[in-house]
Write a protein that binds this ligand. Structure first.
Ligand code: DGL
Length: 341
């Protein structure tokens, strides 16, 4: 009888164990500081450290045991392939530990469509990984960072958040890293998934999930960068009237491993880009055609050079091509990844 009681009380204890969430800070406006509380542009992003961010939201302690690490403290326009590789490797190491239940990453909004998608492809765990950010600096009236951070920790600590892929939480919304993108330069409601919508919403401090993503991510992803030392170099070339062929010469001269062409419409190629893409392909560079329109699918077209990005925007297509090139240069296989990831 005594043994039964002991087993029951151990189960009850583990059922109510407070989750341990690690916050990895990388900078951005959420760590930004301005000269006055009305200044919401022209301030310094990445000014405050992770401990300041955590201490500003003591309410997180009611939800989780929170610890913090500083990975970088920069505006996300200065995020590099080396830093996102280091971040992915750190997240993998943390989530492999039994005492870590989830990770929250604070990040600038400017490239918040890129880093979360890289982790979506390369994190080998179904524990929650949640990115958050803010549009107003920490010093502003109605700064959005503290609530966004609290919401991100709430989502990361929620058992229902497991296995949904990497998420982006901002402005009461829970979005999938595969689809979320910045749609407005300055407003709070900037992060959207124009065609697919959100995974869910946070209501009264509780995550309410509505949907799941079919595209392959995290545990089912074939990509593994845990021992990769350097990511391949992939550049984006923008398509427009009179776009010059010499962009491709520059990519070849600088030994790019891949090129994403942000084409007009459904990735249409001008005669000059057509010549440039074919030249790059002859030089062994994989080229993927995407669309500069902001949404929609670039369908395969036998008459046009290059692979197609499917529904990935140019920034996300660059992340997938860079990741795919860590393990293959086979164009058919890479094309298949674009249709499934
Ligand atoms: N330059 C920015 C960054 O992405 C600040 C903008 C922001 O975080 O909202 O870090």
């Amino acid at each position: 009888m005594a043994t039964v009681l002991l087993v029951m009380s151990t189960c009850a204890l583990s059922a109510t164990k407070t989750p341990h969430i690690v916050i990895l800070a990388t900078g951005g406006t959420i760590a930004g500081s301005a000269a006055s509380n009305t200044q919401t542009t022209g301030y310094k992003a990445g000014a405050l450290g992770v401990d300041t961010l955590i201490n500003a939201v003591p309410e997180m302690k009611k939800i989780a045991d929170v610890t913090g690490e500083q990975i970088a403290n920069i505006g996300s326009e200065n995020m590099t392939s080396d830093i996102i590789l280091k971040l992915s490797q750190r997240v993998n190491a943390l989530l492999a530990r039994d005492d870590v239940d989830g990770v929250v990453i604070t990040h600038g909004t400017d490239t918040l469509d890129e880093t979360p998608y890289f982790l979506n492809l390369t994190v080998k765990s179904n524990k929650p990984v949640v990115f958050t950010a803010s549009m107003r600096p920490a010093t502003a009236i109605s700064a959005d960072g503290p609530m966004n951070l609290l919401d991100a920790v709430t989502v990361a600590a929620d058992p229902d958040a497991k296995g949904r892929g990497v998420m982006v939480v901002l402005n009461d919304r829970i979005g999938a890293a595969r689809f979320m993108t910045k749609t407005n330069a300055t407003t709070l409601d900037t992060f959207k998934a124009p065609e697919e919508g959100y995974l869910g919403v946070i209501v009264g401090g509780k995550p309410q999930f509505e949907t799941r993503v079919d595209k392959i991510h995290t545990l089912r992803s074939v990509f593994d960068v845990r021992n990769v030392k350097k990511l391949p170099q992939v550049v984006i070339i923008y398509g427009y009237q009179d776009d010059p062929e010499y962009f491709y010469d520059a990519a070849i001269a600088h030994h790019a491993d891949g090129i994403v062409y942000a084409g007009t419409g459904a990735g249409s190629v001008s005669v000059r880009s057509d010549a440039g893409i074919r030249k790059a392909e002859k030089a062994g560079i994989i080229v993927v055609r995407a669309s500069r329109t902001g949404s929609g699918v670039v369908p395969p077209d036998a008459g046009q050079p290059g692979l197609v990005s499917d529904s990935l925007n140019p920034a996300k297509a660059r992340i997938l091509l860079m990741t795919a090139l860590t393990q293959t240069h086979n164009p058919e296989l890479i094309q298949q990844y674009f249709h499934t990831y």
